[in-house]
Design a binder for this molecule. Structure first.
Ligand SMILES: [Mg+2]
Length: 370
């Protein structure tokens, strides 16, 4: 029996600007997924939010790109949008770019990360969800986790990992993919994925047996819509342990902050802050960009649950071990904000293409004299 972990997310409206998904929207999602679980469409689920993004974690047996699962997510986002409009929340329905559902939410606005697995004796999974950043934000930690022996001890001392991992990289400009194998092609991989605004790691397999280990969402809303309509706050699903990186190795890259694109108006470099679910809300300059990490155990097609069927969720960044990274993120945030709109605080000209800045600059077009 194969089990699929689907994380589908969208920003369909937020309380007080771009801060959080308020309770009434979470309740609608909860009701929808509860009903779907009762009807047997999904086996178990967890509704949560990463800042202003409504996140649907669903575990089922319908495989990746299942029309039923995608329709369920789409219907849930539409219902939440209705409520957001009723409450006049900010950005109601902003990520829903199309009106008619056509079998798959990919290309319609929501972000999707799905992983179909053959369950092992025990299958720990880490689900990451970020706000105020973009899919390239996973390049750096995924490289550290699956290719850097200075981060992941298992690459050196676990025989199952000695052959390394294969990275699928999406060129979001040309919409083409390439697969590179590490450690053999590590330098080429870094050459590509160091350019985080164009290339992003979309999938990772273990070389020894092609076991799929990680997947990310790679939606580029600006390229879908042709204009800036909010950042493509990404999600990722990563498998752990038993011949794969340990959960602790998966979390180790977050002991320090690192810089990602996004933050205010999706137009700035910002330090990523790993946070618990309770701190999953962007404030200062709409940030700093934040990431939550949920640990689950997949168990016979479901999320391992308590006696009442409530899924057991480990809020992995709810730990003083990440206080240093959070402190670093705040310090770096202050340094960058002191620079205002001067690069490198603001993104490159190319990255600003989809924002409203070109409209402003257009007003100067005729005033340039040679
Ligand atoms: Mg967001």
């Amino acid at each position: 029996m194969k089990t699929t972990i689907s994380v589908i997310k969208a920003d369909v409206g937020s309380l007080a600007g771009h801060h959080i998904v308020p309770a009434p929207l979470l309740e609608i999602a909860e009701d929808n997924l509860k009903k779907a679980a009762e009807e047997g469409v999904i086996n178990s689920y967890k509704v949560f939010h990463a800042g202003d993004d409504l996140e649907l974690l669903m575990v089922h047996n319908r495989g990746e790109r299942s029309e039923e699962i995608h329709a369920l997510a789409w219907k849930t986002f539409l219902a939440a949008t209705e409520k957001a409009k009723e409450l006049k929340l900010y950005g109601a329905g902003q990520d829903l770019l199309k009106t008619a559902f056509s079998g798959n939410v990919r290309g319609m606005g929501p972000g999707v990360a799905e992983l179909e697995i053959e369950e092992r004796g025990s299958d720990p999974i880490v689900v990451f969800a970020a706000d105020k950043t973009s899919p390239g934000a996973f390049n750096y930690p995924l490289f550290r986790i699956f290719a850097d022996p200075m981060n992941t001890a298992g690459l050196v001392i676990d025989a199952a990992m000695l052959d390394g991992f294969k990275f699928e990289v999406l060129d979001s400009k040309l919409n083409k993919r390439v697969v590179l194998q590490c450690p053999e092609e590590m330098y080429k991989l870094i050459g590509l994925i160091g350019t985080v605004n164009r290339y992003c790691v979309s999938r990772i397999w273990r070389v020894a047996d092609n076991r799929v280990c990680a997947v990310t969402s790679t939606t580029k809303l600006s390229q879908l819509a042709g204009k800036y309509i909010g950042k493509d706050d990404p999600v990722a699903v990563v498998r752990a342990q038993h011949g794969l990186p340990a959960v602790g190795e998966i979390l180790a890259p977050f002991l320090h902050t690192y810089f990602v694109e996004g933050w205010m108006r999706g137009s700035h470099w910002g330090p990523l802050m790993p946070v618990s679910l309770k701190d999953s809300r962007c404030t200062a300059f709409d940030g700093p960009p934040r990431m939550v990490a949920l640990g689950i155990q997949v168990c016979n097609g479901r999320i391992a649950s308590d006696k009442d069927g409530v899924p057991l969720i480990a809020d992995l960044f709810d730990d003083p071990a990440f206080d240093f990274a959070r402190r670093e993120a705040v310090e770096m945030a202050i340094v960058f904000r002191r620079m205002g709109e001067f690069q490198p605080a603001r993104l490159s000209e190319e990255s600003m293409e989809y924002t409203t800045l070109p409209e402003i600059l257009k007003t100067l077009k005729d005033r340039f004299k040679s």
